[in-house]
Design a protein around this ligand. Structure first.
Ligand code: GAR
Length: 206
């Protein structure tokens, strides 16, 4: 069993997709331990607690002046049993960069979802970037987190067409629908030890 922490900053619809897949038994080897947000007003926090009965925690720099943001996060992860060798961390719309120290502590155990086909359109507003660029396809990417911004080894990607009529909202919505399918699938494969990692290249073990 892997102990899971999900880090969010807002709505938490990807968090919900992950928790639902665990609840419904599609992911069997993962136990959700805590949902952490860097914002106390994240709607995802209530969802996690009320719909799924998962513990929640709000990180705030000001809470304990002797701790940095990442120290506090490490402390929370430890407290909830999400440890470097037996835990997994899913970033689900978490809009903060983690420190190299934390990324190293959880090497290849932090997953992120990004709403574009990386390496295209990293960073903020990926859907807006794709539209502005005039791209004809976009999609979503699940990748391991390394020290760059959206640069870690890619686990899975799914593409969709961009239509002439698309707005940022319509494109975001269609990408979100595939995000909700792909993220649980990636977590399931990871949790079952079905990912073969060879440098940056990740393949599926049958
Ligand atoms: C999702 O579209 C996710 O891919 C994106 O934020 C949204 C969060 O929605 N993440 C990033 O842009 C990270 N760079 P959610 O809170 O409903 O899951």
């Amino acid at each position: 069993m892997l102990n899971l922490a999900i880090l969010i900053s807002g709505r938490g619809s990807n968090m919900e997709a992950l928790l639902r897949s665990i609840d419904e038994g599609q992911i069997r080897n993962v136990r959700p331990k805590v949902v952490v947000s860097n914002r106390s007003d994240s709607p995802g926090l209530n969802l996690a607690a009320q719909k799924f009965g998962v513990s929640t925690y709000v990180l705030s720099k000001g809470k304990d002046k002797t701790l940095s943001f990442d120290d506090e996060l490490v402390q929370v992860l430890d407290e909830f049993g999400v440890r470097p060798k037996t835990g997994v961390i899913c970033l689900a719309g978490f809009m903060r960069i983690l420190s190299p120290r934390l990324v190293q502590r959880y090497t290849m155990r932090i997953l992120n979802i990004h709403p574009s086909l990386l390496p295209a359109f990293p960073g903020l507003h990926a859907q807006r970037q794709a539209l502005k660029y005039g791209a004809k396809v976009s999609g979503c990417t699940i990748h391991f987190v390394d020290n760059g911004v959206d640069t870690g080894p890619i686990i899975m990607q799914r593409a969709i067409s961009i239509f002439d009529s698309d707005t940022e909202e319509s494109l975001s919505q269609r990408i979100l629908e595939i995000e909700h399918k792909l993220y649980p699938e990636a977590l399931r494969l990871f949790s079952e030890g079905n990912l073969k990692i060879d440098g940056r290249r990740i393949s599926l073990i049958d």
